[in-house]
Design a protein around this ligand. Structure first.
Ligand SMILES: Cc1ncc(COP(=O)(O)O)c(C=O)c1O
Length: 459
């Protein structure tokens, strides 16, 4: 592709992008094709000879876009509502053009140092301790797997060499994300050695149940090694009692990993920061700017107080010659701390977001999302036909129609078939529950109000 052809196509693409961001509300938020529809419409074999860009872009618009669910739509209220913000998208575009891969400092010094600076700014805004070392992963699943690996390294360093270790036990609440279980399985903990600790009526881990479980395992000759506290569980965004968990973990010398993949940015809000009290004693924490920090997917941050243990957990007796570099105290080689060698230049888009909005701008939007969720909860309480199914801690509202599961399922299908809004569902206390997440920068009070009125009109 010549520079001239690239320029012309890029202008076209950027025009399409700007139109998309302007008109995104006009798309049905949820795609509803028959399974296999796109496969049937695309050629079964790849083109033998190249095709013109115009034809590719045309098919993108006619065939691909209609089959997409629009995650950047202000009425996308399912799973976790997210935002690819303008500055974040621009940062992503530039990182693609540069194609930088900064496995080592020398492989691209500024990419490495920008990651350090950006995560340092965010660490300060979140009021995390200065000794927290940060690094970027693709997803929280990967980040948490590394935290569990480091926890294993601390508890049973022999495992890295011999592959053998005593029965290590990991604790998480029954509502913690299953990425923790997957991470533990990958690290060799064994699914049978994961304890799903009971929660209270607000879906928070019960500290006394944690303590009892640890005692029981110790009595059985097992080796408790890690507790995961969740700040913003996936189903209902409950926040575990961090200080109590840290106290118990401290007594037994366990690694505490905080899964704040969704809830982490709430630490930027003074009124929610107390929930995170004690975090400076946690060993590691994950938060996802691609969830509630307006950064295009993907970008997940792992902070740890014990970078040396993390590095040791991946240390090998021999480093291949091409990765051996002169050590310099200011030259950080991030790949020594991660399973993947190659590293995308993800910090660029986060830097764009942090600079463009500033701390104040970000706080304003987060606070507005929390306010919208509280308003919605108030409207739900006022309508006697509905009930809230969980406390509204951050910006997620779980609710149901006071009727059978079948009626709630029918309501759920009707909302999502409308094309006007997209909600997801969960099961709480054995009942089918509607889940309404607020987290897109473009979502307004009118979006929430009109969607709520639409739902009321369906029952
Ligand atoms: C609390 C929590 N942890 C971890 C994850 C996994 O996130 P990721 O998709 O970044 O792996 C999620 C996903 O929603 C989550 O809600």
């Amino acid at each position: 592709m010549s520079p001239e052809e690239f320029r012309a196509a890029a202008h076209q693409v950027v025009d399409w992008m700007a139109d998309y961001l302007r008109d995104v509300r006009e798309y049905p938020v949820l795609a509803n094709p028959e399974p296999g529809a796109l496969i049937d419409r695309l050629p079964a074999h790849g083109p033998e000879t190249g095709e013109p860009m115009a034809a590719i872009l045309d098919d993108f618009q006619k065939l691909i876009v209609p089959g997409l669910t629009h995650w950047n739509h202000p009425r996308f209220f399912a799973f976790f509502s997210i935002t690819a913000s303008g500055p974040g998208i621009l940062g992503e575009m530039l990182s693609s053009v540069l194609n930088v891969q900064h496995m080592l400092w020398k492989a691209s010094p500024a990419a490495t140092e920008l990651e350090q600076v950006t995560l340092g700014w965010l660490r300060e805004w979140l009021k995390l301790p200065p000794e927290y070392f940060g690094l970027i992963h693709d997803t929280a699943s990967t980040a948490s797997m590394h935290a569990i690996l480091a926890a294993r390294e601390l508890a049973a360093p022999e495992a890295r060499i011999s592959g053998e270790h005593p029965p290590l036990i990991l604790y998480k609440s029954e509502h913690a994300h299953n990425s923790i279980d997957k991470g533990a399985v990958v690290v060799g903990v064994g699914a049978a050695n994961i304890r799903h600790i009971a929660t209270d009526s607000d879906f928070r881990m019960r500290p006394e149940a944690l303590e009892a479980s640890i005692e029981q395992d110790l009595a059985a000759g097992k080796k408790p090694f890690c507790v995961v506290a969740t700040m913003g569980t996936t189903a209902m965004t409950s926040a575990d009692p961090l200080e109590a968990i840290l106290r118990i973990a401290g007594k037994h010398g366990l690694w505490v990993h905080v899964d704040a993949a969704y809830g982490g940015p709430a630490a930027l809000l003074e009124e929610l920061r107390p929930m995170f009290n004690g975090i400076e004693q946690a060993d590691s924490m994950v938060l996802n700017p691609h969830k509630w920090l307006f950064t295009p997917f993907d970008l997940s941050i792992l902070y740890t107080r014990r970078p040396e243990i993390l590095r040791r957990s991946l240390a090998l007796s021999e480093v291949p010659a091409y990765l051996r570099v002169a050590q310099h105290e200011r030259a950080l080689n991030y790949s020594e701390y991660t399973l993947p060698l190659g590293r995308r230049f993800r910090s660029l888009k986060l830097w764009f977001v942090l600079r463009y909005y500033g701390r104040e701008g970000i706080v304003r939007v987060l606070r507005e999302h929390v306010r919208l969720a509280q308003s919605l909860a108030g409207w739900i309480r006022e309508d006697r036909r509905f009930e809230l199914s969980a406390p509204v801690v951050f910006s997620l509202v779980c609710f149901r129609y006071k009727g059978s599961d079948q009626e709630n399922r029918a309501l759920f299908e009707q909302i999502n078939a409308s094309g006007e809004a997209f909600l997801s569902s969960t099961e709480l206390n054995g009942k089918f529950v509607l889940r309404w997440a607020i987290g897109n920068m473009g979502t307004t009070e009118q979006d929430v109000r009109e969607t709520w009125e639409m739902i009321r009109s369906f029952v």
